[in-house]
Design a protein around this ligand. Sequence first.
Ligand code: NDP
Length: 309
Amino acid sequence: MINVLFSARDALWPQYQPVLAAEFAKQELEVNLLRETDAPETIDYLIYAPARDDDDLGVFTNLKLIQSLWAGPDKLLRNTTLTQPLARMVDPGMTQGMIDYVMGHILRHHLHTDTFAQAGEWLTDLAPPLPSERTVAFLGIGELGMACAVAARDYGFNVVGWSRTLKENAPIACFAGDDGFRAVLGQADIVVTLLPATPATENLIGVEAVAAMKDGAALINPGRGELVDDEALLAGLRSGKLSGATLDVFREEPLPLDHPYWAEPSVLVTPHIASETRVATASAVVAANIARDVRGEGALYLVDPALRY
Ligand code: NDP
């Protein structure tokens, strides 16, 4: 019997509890699934999407693994009491939702939907080319970025990807390093950032990146707010160098009402809704990953504390 503590917002417990119980049963694991505990030293696994930032994780002295319900590990890594192995969420339902969001906004920029909306002008010059005549660059081609890149490729776009390590035998043309970054930006009509927030990715979309982008390119950022130097992006949009931006994530969330993004006509703000963790598919992933660890097969999706993702 293992003790598993579910630590997340109250509203999530009634949704997850029955589904997790069923998934643990499928894994043939005997689990004592708890909502709270007076004996944190007895907890073996923590299913985690903290409602607060200052949890003391040091009290879980026998914890084998923290299984996050979030894909992005940045917020959890800021907790200085975290010493245990951390697995991030890789959820097929979340991936499907992200494909939906990214494809929707690629098509919005591709079709000039926002420019036509209430234009009051007969803008025949903006008849869209074929997707094969547009290049979409994905900065970050991990679980989410690669799934979206393949969806865009399958739709017909010319797709390129960029990551920290160069991908061999990938389904799209891949680049890495500083030269790769400039090469990818220089050819993309639409840039999608699906990178984690780490010291190495902070302000990646800054003055130099904006200058390296094609004239008239658009940015879609469902990754993290820290990836973007807001001043540099706004300057690029206001000068007409960039045609528009769809932003889902911000340094401060909710985005303050006086933030210039709200008033910038070429920016669409969405409220960190690009894709949520889905209870059914995520519960199956959680149970399978804990089962792997219990059986000594090693948990998947472990965050590297040095790389911070
Ligand atoms: P992964 O860890 O699977 O992929 C991360 C990708 O970023 C990898 O390709 C990795 O390169 C690349 N990368 C990391 N650091 C660098 C760097 N310094 N330079 C170049 N490339 C780098 O993450 P996911 O795809 O699962 O998620 C990506 C991010 O999406 C999350 O961290 C989160 O911030 C965000 N997200 C946002 C959501 C929303 O609703 N807005 C929902 C879910 C996630 P390599 O392949 O070489 O390791």
